[in-house]
Ligand binder design. Structure first.
Ligand SMILES: CC(=O)N[C@H](C=O)[C@@H](O)[C@H](O)[C@H](O)COP(=O)(O)O
Length: 245
């Protein structure tokens, strides 16, 4: 915990995020921006732009950013190659909490966790630390209901499109966001493939308590790729026009 925010309660944390933007700053190993120094710079840039909270991956990044800001942090740790990879073990849960995350995000799909722990075990452990909350990353409405019943403090649409065969669809699942918001009592987090400011605003209008945007803000390589692909298409169109003359 940073000294400037020693008494943040769960209500403070959710209150600070209500109606506001959370920016997810994540870079995988091997990417140029991987590592706590780059992710801290990215997080501070997001805060300069008006983000109210941050979503960070790995205890090292959580601890580095915790040291420089008191805003709410959603922490997770992607570990292993099993289907459940978002904070998949109790060790990972404790590491993320110990690093200073206010909200520990974990897979909330109900699929088997690699260490045999249950979602209820996670809730018990996190609630044992004063002021800490659990966010369930789910893919469906049924999973959201089950996570709430098992004690999740927040439920996010994070994993929609990522648990079945094939590639995820292009856009965000705002239908699921609306369904979760209508059915659950706990705050709903809209997350996953939100690519425009308009989609972020729409998520709020559909009942999300807060909106997490990642790659559209913090992944320069994929942002660049979209522009480069658009120019590739334009070049192809120009060549076709010239060929038709
Ligand atoms: C599915 C999964 O593992 N999602 C991860 C969860 O932390 C991150 O890779 C995403 O970047 C994050 O959810 C934000 O989403 P987007 O980058 O689409 O705005």
């Amino acid at each position: 915990m940073t000294p400037d925010r020693p008494t943040a309660t769960p209500d403070d944390v959710v209150g600070a995020l209500r109606g506001r933007l959370v920016v997810s700053c994540q870079a995988r190993e091997g990417e140029p921006l991987h590592g706590p120094a780059h992710m801290t710079a990215m997080a501070l840039s997001a805060l300069d732009g008006g983000a109210a909270g941050l979503r960070l991956e790995g205890p090292a990044d959580v601890a580095a950013v915790r040291a420089v800001t008191g805003v709410p942090i959603i922490g997770l740790w992607k570990v292993g190659a099993a289907p459940v990879y978002i904070t998949p073990t109790m060790d990972a849960v404790h590491a993320v909490a110990d690093a200073g995350a206010d909200i520990v995000a974990v897979d909330g799909t109900g699929r088997p966790r690699p260490d045999g722990s249950t979602f209820a075990d996670v809730v018990r452990a996190v609630h044992g630390i004063p002021g800490r909350l659990v966010m369930a990353d789910v893919a469906t409405l049924a999973q959201g209901r089950a996570a709430e019943a098992a004690g999740a403090d927040l439920v996010g649409s994070t994993l929609s499109g990522y648990t079945g065969p094939g590639r995820p669809p292009a856009g965000p699942d705002l239908t699921l966001v609306g369904e979760l918001a209508a059915a659950l009592s706990v705050p709903v987090v809209a997350e996953g493939r939100i690519a425009t400011a308009e989609q972020a605003a729409e998520a709020l209008l559909r009942g999300a308590t807060t909106v997490v945007v990642g790659g559209a803000i913090t992944r320069p390589a994929s942002i660049t790729a979209r522009f480069a692909a658009a120019l590739d298409s334009a070049r192809t169109a120009l060549v076709a026009q010239e060929g038709a003359r």
